[in-house]
Write a protein that binds this ligand. Structure first.
Ligand code: ZN
Length: 279
């Protein structure tokens, strides 16, 4: 017997009924739970055959499993993106849920940025979070990073101290490829622009990173202790070239709540005193 005929014979053979099945009036097998067919009758190679199929409740269960599998895959991808993009573990705690309300207006804007992410991306527009040290700029940027990561958007958040360390150890030829690799992230966040060491090498690399981002037309978020005024009037041409690009594509948001680090320190001191019984 040729294989296809054997296969056909198998398909036409009546299958034994299972516990949750019954034989319908049309001679096909039905599910006793949902009362839809688990068999269909079709013409194939000049013969009527009755292959098995999934009933309605089997189909629903299968679809649910598929959905759960896809959701698990999505969550795995999100966690992978997070471990690649937020190399500093502290950043993972920077979420809108963990916000203590020091910068309500700015946090509202950060949420709007996430909500309208597609438009910001399309227009290649990012943010410039500026203000004194310790006011929560990095926290706000981290909240945006985590919220977009949760939505499946790959985000890289880093700073120039870290980048310059890495770039210093590289061969010149590898540097450009490394810098361009950031463009695989729809959002790049550079924390603390302007505090990097003031060497020619540093300035050159900072320019390369900002310029590569600028040319890729992908959004960039920058945090800095500099004011937009200082960025508009830097003391050298190299910095002017860097800041020009940032100011063109990053909407400035002033972050100036009272010094959070100082407040945390005071809270900790108060707590220590309380623990020591010195109230
Ligand atoms: Zn069923």
């Amino acid at each position: 017997m040729i294989p296809i005929a054997a296969e056909l014979d198998n398909l036409t053979k009546p299958a034994p009924l299972r516990e949750d099945e019954y034989l319908g009036e049309d001679g096909l097998i039905y599910c006793s739970k949902c009362r839809t067919a688990r068999q269909k009758r079709i013409a194939f190679a000049g013969k009527m055959i009755e292959p098995q199929c999934m009933c309605a409740c089997q189909t629903a269960a299968y679809e649910q499993q598929e959905q759960e599998r896809k959701h698990r895959e999505f969550l795995d991808r999100v966690e992978k993106n997070r471990s690649v993009g937020l190399t500093d573990p502290v950043l993972r705690k920077h979420t809108f849920e963990n916000d203590l309300g020091y910068n309500p207006k700015q946090m509202g804007m950060a949420k709007q940025f996430v909500r309208h992410w597609d438009e910001f991306k399309k227009d290649s527009m990012g943010l410039l979070l500026w203000g004194p040290v310790g006011t929560g700029k990095s926290f706000i940027a981290g909240c945006i990073a985590n919220a977009l990561l949760d939505q499946g958007v790959p985000v890289m958040m880093t700073n120039f101290a870290r980048l310059l360390n890495k770039l210093t150890d590289m061969y010149a030829g590898d540097r450009n490829a490394y810098i361009d690799s950031f463009n695989s992230f729809p959002l790049l966040i550079i924390d603390d622009l302007g505090v990097e060491r003031n060497s020619e090498f540093a300035r050159e690399q900072v320019f390369s990173v900002i310029d590569s981002r600028y040319r890729s037309q992908l959004p960039l978020i920058v945090t800095t202790n500099l004011t937009p005024e200082q960025m508009r009037n830097p003391d050298d041409l190299a910095r002017a070239r860097i800041y020009d690009r940032v100011l063109e594509r990053c909407t400035p948001i002033r972050v100036d709540s009272q010094n959070i680090r100082k407040r945390n320190k005071m809270d900790n001191l108060k707590k220590s005193k309380r623990l020591l019984g010195d109230t």
